[in-house]
Write a protein that binds this ligand. Sequence first.
Ligand SMILES: Nc1ncnc2c1ncn2[C@@H]1O[C@H](COP(=O)(O)OP(=O)(O)OP(=O)(O)O)[C@@H](O)[C@H]1O
Length: 365
Amino acid sequence: MAHLHIKNLQAGYGKKLILDNINLTVEQGEMIALLGPSGCGKTTLLNALCGFVPVRHGEIFAGNRAVSQLPAEKRNITMVFQSYALWPHMTVAQNIGYGLKVQKAKRADIDARVAELLRIVKLDGLEHEKVTALSGGQRQRVALARALAIRPDVLVLDEPLSNLDAKVRLSVRHEIKALQKQLGFTSLIVTHDQEEALVMADRIAVLNQGKIEQIGTPEEIYHHPSTPFVADFMGAENHIEWPIHDDAFSLNLSNHDDQLDIYFRSESAVLSAQPKSESTDFNAGLIISGHVEQSVFFGNNYQISVRCGKHTIQADHNQNLPEHTPVTLRIPIDALHVFAKKEKHSDHQKTNIVSAKSMRMNHVC
Ligand SMILES: Nc1ncnc2c1ncn2[C@@H]1O[C@H](COP(=O)(O)OP(=O)(O)OP(=O)(O)O)[C@@H](O)[C@H]1O
C-alpha cells in the first residue's frame, strides 16, 4: 500500500470551516489514530480523504497520486464505517466481493479474492450466510474484508468498534491490529477512546477544534503531552494553576515568577494516610495535604477524591479510606506536566520537566 500525505488541508460545510490547515503524513503500512473530543473534526477529515466532503484548500496524496480533486471512486481510499454499511440482502461473500464486482473484475478473480479474505478475517464457512444472521463482531469483519478486497491505497476506519459490546470490542481491536501488521495496510482510524488509540496505533494525532494539537507515538502522547489540552484529554485530569496561595500545596521552584499550568494523573499521586508533618520531604515533588472526600472502588484500586483547600484532587490508592481521613499526596516532579502560561492571546509553552527537575529547589510555597 501507498503512503498518505495531507498538505495544508482545509475543509468544511457551507461557509463553516471545520478543518484548518491539517498537515499529516502516514507512512506506508502505518496506522494513525485520530483522537479528539466530539465535534473536533475527525469524521470530517476521513470524509475529506474519501471524497465525501470537498477539499477547499490543500492537497491529498495517496501514494504519489494527487487525489483531492478526484471523485470518491477514483481515489482508491476506502472507508470502514461504524455502522458496517453492509448490504442486508446479500451474503457474506457477495458483500466482500461487491467492490470488485463494481470494478468489473473477472468472476474467478473475485471468487479467489473473496476466499482469501474469508480466511484472513476468519469467516470461512460463513460465506453463504446473510450478513443479517451475523453478530456485530462478525459483521465488522465482513466490512473490513470488503474494504480490503479492492486493495485500497489507504484504509480509513471511522469508529469501527463503537457498536460492539466491551468484550467483543477488545478482541476485534486486536484482530484489526494483527491484520494491519500482517497485511501492512496504510490506515487512519478514528476513535474517541484513548485506550483504543494507545493500543492500536503506531502514532496518534490529537485533534482539537479542527487542528492537530500533537502527533506522536502513543508513549510520546501519553508521557509527554505538548499542550494543556493534550495533557487533559489523555487523562491527566488533575489541574492546578501555579503559583497557588494555599498552604495545602508545596512545590519547590527556582523561578518564583513563573505562571504555570500543572497537570497530573490520579495514578501518579502517591497517597499516604497521614497529615503533612515535620518529616514530610518537601523536595520530593508536589506535596498536597487534604482530607478524603470520597472513595470509589474501581476493581484494581480505589479512586480517592481528596479535598485540598478549594481544589479536589483525584488519587489512586490500594485501600478504601473513610471520609475525612487526613492524607498527604506526593506527585514526583517527573509525573507533572508543566506548561508556562504565556501572554494573553498566545499559546502555552511546554516547560521542560527535566529542567524543572534539575532546578535548585529553593522555595517552599
Ligand atoms: N453535514 C454536515 N453539515 C454541517 N456541519 C456538519 C456536518 N457534519 C458535521 N458537521 C459539523 O462539523 C463539526 C465536526 O464534525 P465531525 O463529525 O467531523 O466531528 P467528530 O470529531 O467526528 O465528532 P464525533 O466524535 O462526535 O463523531 C461539528 O461541529 C459538526 O456539527
